[in-house]
Design a protein around this ligand. Structure first.
Ligand code: DQA
Length: 143
């Protein structure tokens, strides 16, 4: 079982960016915690982060035929990217949308998620734990 964990722009700045919203753990911490959880569950997790929309589309396309599930935090592209929505639809891989912060209590422009239409579940506001919940959901309910 292989799960791809994709993070969009500025997630590499975790620990530095707006810690009151995103916490003090770093992107390296996120990778370590997700990988440890995957290992505990006996699966392989590949992590990928990019600040560029096209790279995220390329990575989703490259998962076709190789990955069983995707955990996706498109970050700001959540609210703008039809290209990422189309990529998730194109590959047809079960995908869970994850956000560190609770989007429902934030600005109106964060209430729109284009990618949500292609995702089987959305988890927001559970911090790094949300990624682990997404992996568990894929493993226990979907795959
Ligand atoms: C985010 C929420 C987005 O609105 C924001 O642009 C991000 C991170 C989150 O994980 O809470 O960069 O996706």
């Amino acid at each position: 079982m292989r799960i791809l964990v994709i993070n969009g722009p500025n997630i590499n700045m975790l620990g530095i960016r707006e810690p009151e919203i995103y916490g003090t753990q770093t992107y390296d911490d996120l990778c370590r915690i997700v990988k440890a959880h995957a290992a505990r569950r006996g699966i392989e997790a590949e992590l990928y982060q990019s600040n560029h929309e096209g790279n995220l589309v390329d990575k989703i396309q490259a998962a076709y035929g190789k990955m069983d599930g995707i955990v996706l935090n498109p970050a700001a592209y959540t609210h703008t990217s039809i290209a990422i929505l189309d990529a998730v639809k194109a590959v047809g891989i079960p995908t869970v949308e994850v956000h560190l912060s609770d989007l429902s209590g934030r600005e109106s422009f964060r209430q729109i998620s284009y990618v949500r239409a292609a995702c089987i579940k959305t988890i927001t506001g559970h911090g790094i734990g949300g990624y682990l919940e997404a992996i568990d959901y894929l493993m226990d309910e979907v795959l």
